[in-house]
Design a protein around this ligand. Structure first.
Ligand code: F6P
Length: 358
């Protein structure tokens, strides 16, 4: 191994730059390799010449606390059916492989969620690329690892949002609904809901009944607590089974809107005054939490060591207070939603939090 590449693919999150910094330090400092930062992931590799910069150890320390990804990421679509700008789509796999070869790389570190890792793996297999993966996503749904980069920061932000809503809710006797991200998994909603003291938490893994939600609000009213905090994950479906995105015609591939729908239902049925906050990309922005900086540093070093050991087509993972490596395929196939018998669901129930199906 003489030269390795690194790229960040899919939605950004806090902690990505800490990974890049860690890879650069270890690859150059310990092994004496060169490190190339690929800009805009597979999109950058498609270009001729590929978009990339040499990374050195002399100016990377500020990366530890920087949000987002300074290498940029993909946002134009699937490389296997890439929009060419004239209404047509093209499989760009060979262009990406050509870009990788042009950079003279011996191995590639791909930082991505399950979707990006699946894409990178398919390209790597076709092009004989020595790929090592690092899991990142605020959604924390990548399989085979207990945690991914970005989840902790997003959860901290969602918790803080709930803290802030708490005071204004209590001042006005309102039901405050907070809609958070998470794609098809309720991890952020559940963790931040518990941490932020939500009274009701709705996640896509547990179908809710609106009467169960309203009963909790009435119960609190009967106890003289005239405000309520409701945490809702973006992919929660209405009782009718639809996603509100369809009802509101947001477009096929967008989430969002369920918070507003639930708030309207609560207002109609309980007479409570409701307000809705959709946290959106605030969860993905901002500086990384100390834990995401730590995890980013740990994963960066572990990924470089995997390359040195020739353990390709593997992803670094965090399990039982250790880094381990798992086949990328395993991580993709064991996509993690909230476990209904898991510790957090039990904790929520133990605390008397309504999960919508009581
Ligand atoms: O997967 C990360 C995520 O932030 C999801 O939680 C959310 O559904 C989606 O990405 C938003 O995507 P975009 O940034 O394309 O709007």
């Amino acid at each position: 191994i003489k030269r390795i590449g690194i790229l960040t693919s899919g939605g950004d999150c806090a902690g990505l730059n800490a990974v890049i910094r860690s890879v650069v330090h270890h690859a150059i400092g310990t092994y004496g390799w060169e490190v190339v930062g690929i800009q805009e992931a597979t999109q950058g590799l498609m270009e001729n010449p590929p978009k990339a910069i040499a990374l050195h150890r002399d100016n990377i320390d500020h990366l530890l606390m920087m949000g987002g990804t300074f290498l940029g990421t993909t946002n134009k679509g699937n490389p296997f059916a890439f929009p060419m700008g004239d209404g047509t789509v093209k499989d760009r796999t060979e262009d990406i492989i050509a870009g990788y070869r042009q950079l003279g790389l011996d191995a590639l570190i791909g930082i991505g969620g399950d979707g990006s890792l699946a894409i990178l793996r398919r390209i790597a297999q076709q092009g004989g690329i020595n790929l090592v993966g690092i899991p990142k996503t605020i959604d924390n749904d990548v399989g085979a690892t207990e945690i991914s980069i970005g989840f902790d920061t997003a959860t901290n932000i969602a918790t803080e949002a709930l803290d802030r809503l708490h005071f204004t809710a209590a001042s006005h006797n309102r039901v405050m609904v907070l809609e958070v991200m998470g794609r098809d998994a309720g991890h952020i909603a559940l963790a931040a809901g518990i941490g932020g003291g939500a009274d009701i938490i709705l996640i896509p893994e547990i179908p809710y009944r609106i009467e169960s939600v309203c009963n909790k609000i009435r119960q609190r009213q009967a106890q003289g607590k005239n405000f309520c905090l409701v945490m809702v994950s973006e992919a929660v479906r209405t009782e009718l089974g639809d996603q509100v995105k369809q009802i509101q015609q947001f477009g096929e591939d967008r989430y969002g809107g369920i918070g507003k729908y639930i708030a309207e239902q609560i207002a109609q049925r309980t007479g409570a005054e409701t307000r809705v906050t959709v946290l959106g990309h605030i969860q993905r922005g901002g500086i990384p939490s100390p834990f995401d900086r730590l995890l980013g540093s740990v994963f960066g070093v572990a990924a470089v060591d995997l390359i040195a050991a020739g353990k390709f087509d593997h992803m670094v993972a965090w399990r039982n207070r250790q880094t381990i490596s798992v086949p990328i395929e395993e991580a993709i196939q064991t996509y993690q939603t909230v476990k209904l018998d898991g510790a957090l669901v039990k904790t929520a129930r133990g605390l008397g939090i309504c999960l919508g199906n009581d």
